[in-house]
Design a protein around this ligand. Structure first.
Ligand SMILES: Cc1cc2nc3c(=O)[nH]c(=O)nc-3n(C[C@H](O)[C@H](O)[C@H](O)COP(=O)(O)OP(=O)(O)OC[C@H]3O[C@@H](n4cnc5c(N)ncnc54)[C@H](O)[C@@H]3O)c2cc1C
Length: 388
């Protein structure tokens, strides 16, 4: 068991840090305040391979292990969790298209997506189907060589500014559950698609979130990912990696907050001494660092289980997502507390990191749903033999 990163991995993480320092750090607060979606910067990250980190090489991806992808996301999220989180969603959708898309779909979009020239959204959630995603109602009806998609999606990240939508829709009868769901690659400007207003959010302000409605949207059958009825499985496989990515965005945000707090403890003086002299604050810092290291290791463990094709990889991904997003939020909150009133004002990055990290406990499966996944498995036979 080797917990050290290789020299190559460290160099890769450093290239992400350099990119983040040059291209994200100086602008993140402005993008947040003004609600700017930095598409050019995302495309620049694509030039470094960051838009197709684990996508197959056949579409121009780097086909890296998930663990290596976390190294990149963590470095970027330390300065801008919101933009980084969008890049992770784009990576997830691109991997889905590259893994299950037909030859024509991969040829049409693959390289544009891995290079960051075009962007993708992941469309699972509906107004009436959030945690219970398998109850989704958007229909895809076969019509000759095409499908006609009708229904609506809610909370779609990037919607209105992306080029390809990975849409989960029901091809089976109403009430057919997970087995009746299929996944499609849909051009974002297809006739019949309409976008709702940009949601006003607490955080994640550098990326738009919108509802999308589909009215008889005609899509060639070649745009089906995998086979009819595979869609829910594909969506969940996407989310295994997505959960590692979102967990990593929380670790990155927390690391950014922790490093800022470490510096502040030396700079700020009260009662004639630096804050660093107060043992209550020293202990707080010690707990933040300890929990953050534990969370990071858990995410890396889940990533390595996913890379190894472990039978319970999804359970580890759920555990890592639950733990790291809770720890990440708490570390950001404690770092804000260490800054006193200054933590609450926008001149410092703490309140933004906290606002951005909060949603990680909600999306890509809420942390309650992560517990449902873990508990369901733990109550089956032999769970303690494989999960330990
Ligand atoms: C900013 C943002 C971006 C998003 N981006 C995307 C995106 O790009 N694509 C996409 O498809 N979706 C996206 N989502 C949707 C997100 O995944 C859902 O919001 C999430 O899955 C929860 O669904 P819901 O909001 O309908 O909550 P609900 O499912 O209504 O849940 C409400 C509460 O009940 C709890 N709950 C529900 N069922 C159970 C249960 N069985 N046991 C215990 N507790 C339960 C939940 O944990 C939650 O606390 C995004 C959401 C947000 C806020």
């Amino acid at each position: 068991m080797n917990f050290e990163l290789s020299e190559e991995q460290r160099a890769f993480a450093q290239s992400a840090r350099d990119f983040a320092l040059a291209e994200l750090a100086p602008h993140a607060a402005h993008w947040d305040a003004e609600g700017i979606f930095p598409k050019e910067t995302i495309a620049q990250s694509g030039e470094l391979g960051f838009c197709g980190l684990y996508a197959p090489e056949s579409i121009g991806g780097l086909a890296l292990p998930r663990l290596d992808a976390t190294l990149v996301f963590e470095e970027m999220a330390a300065f801008d969790p919101s933009t980084t989180a969008f890049i992770t969603i784009h990576n997830m959708a691109t991997w889905m298209l590259g893994s299950w898309g037909s030859e024509s779909v991969r040829a049409q979009w693959g390289e544009a997506l891995t290079s960051g020239a075009k962007l993708a959204s992941y469309c699972l959630t509906e107004p009436g189907a959030g945690s219970d995603a398998a109850s989704l109602k958007t229909r895809a009806l076969r019509d000759g060589d095409d499908y006609l998609i009708t229904g609506s999606k809610a909370f779609i990240s990037g919607a209105g500014s992306t080029d390809v939508l990975i849409v989960m829709a029901r091809t089976g009868e109403p009430g057919s559950g997970a087995a009746g769901i299929s996944a499609f690659a849909v051009p974002a400007d297809a006739p019949g698609i309409a976008y709702g207003k940009k949601e006003e959010k607490m955080g994640w302000n550098s990326q738009p979130t919108r509802t999308i409605s589909f009215d008889q949207v005609r899509v060639p059958a070649a745009n089906l990912l995998g086979q009819e009825g595979d869609g829910f499985k594909i969506a969940m496989k996407g989310l295994d990696g997505g959960r590692i990515n979102i967990a990593t965005c929380s670790i990155g945000a927390a690391q950014g907050a922790l490093s800022t707090a470490q510096r502040y403890l030396h700079e700020r003086r009260q009662f004639g001494r630096p804050l660093a002299d107060f043992q209550a604050l020293q202990f707080k810092l010690a707990d933040m660092a300890t929990e953050l290291v534990a969370a990071r290791q858990m995410v890396r463990l889940a990533a390595s289980k996913l890379d190894a094709g472990h039978a319970d990889a999804s359970v580890y991904c759920a555990m890592a997502k639950r733990f790291a997003t809770d720890v990440g939020f708490e570390v950001c909150n404690q770092a804000l507390q260490i800054h006193g009133g200054y933590g609450y004002i926008r001149e410092y990055p703490l309140e933004r990191l906290l606002r951005d990290a909060r949603v990680h406990q909600i999306l890509e499966g809420t942390n309650e749903i992560m517990r449902v996944i873990i508990a369901r498995r733990m109550l089956q036979d032999n769970a303690t033999e494989t999960i330990r």
